[in-house]
Design a protein around this ligand. Structure first.
Ligand code: GLN
Length: 192
């Protein structure tokens, strides 16, 4: 069975672990650099990207995480998407640059502007998983303002990309781990 790491420094890593197991792989909560050798892919969960960055530096995990992403698939949701992006603004922040996207943090407004909506997906997403709209939970979400030429949009909300892949990597600005629909995690498992 494939082993999927979930970065477990901060944020909603437990819900991602359960979602990975529902989608048919084994979840490994990653807190040490030695664990990168045991996993086939990694999820960076939602949470607070600034705090996660601090903890990554404190635990000396920035470099091993970037090295892992140069070889293996990484899936970032919300704060995880912010960490994976090439450019982060509002405010400007360091990131791993694994995907050629630019993101604006907290772009929908304050906590009170968090929402659960139904979004249409690209036919390609449906043909690679299963048909149907997606329920998308946005919690102080970023907006992907720039998508590089080799990145690929799989779903949008109000005209902005919310599910984007580039090669082996995937980002969602919403939280698929908080709904019972396994398709986004299943799509990531296909990349392992
Ligand atoms: N607002 C958070 C950030 O900027 C992301 C929120 C989330 O992950 N739900 O890092």
């Amino acid at each position: 069975m494939k082993q999927v790491g979930v970065l477990a420094l901060q944020g909603d890593f437990a819900a991602h672990g359960a979602a990975i197991e529902r989608a048919g792989a084994r979840a490994v909560f990653v807190r040490d650099r030695e664990q990168f050798a045991q996993i086939d892919g990694l999820v960076i969960p939602g949470g607070e990207s600034t705090t996660m960055l601090k903890l990554l530096h404190y635990d000396n995990l920035m470099e091993p995480l970037a090295a892992f992403g140069r070889e293996k698939p990484v899936f970032g949701t919300c704060a995880g998407a912010i960490l994976i992006a090439r450019n982060v603004f509002h405010p400007t922040q360091e990131s791993l640059g694994l995907m050629d996207i630019g993101v604006e943090r907290n772009a929908y407004g304050r906590q009170i502007d968090s929402r659960v909506v139904e979004i249409a997906v690209e036919p390609e997403f449906e043909s690679r998983t299963a048909p149907g709209k997606l329920e998308a939970v946005f919690i102080r979400a970023p907006i992907i303002r720039r998508v590089g030429p080799s990145a690929h949009v799989l779903a949008e909300y109000r005209g902005d990309p919310v599910l984007v892949e580039e090669g082996r990597h995937l980002v969602a600005t919403f939280h698929p781990e908080l709904t019972s629909d396994p398709r986004v995690h299943a799509l990531f498992l296909e990349k392992l």
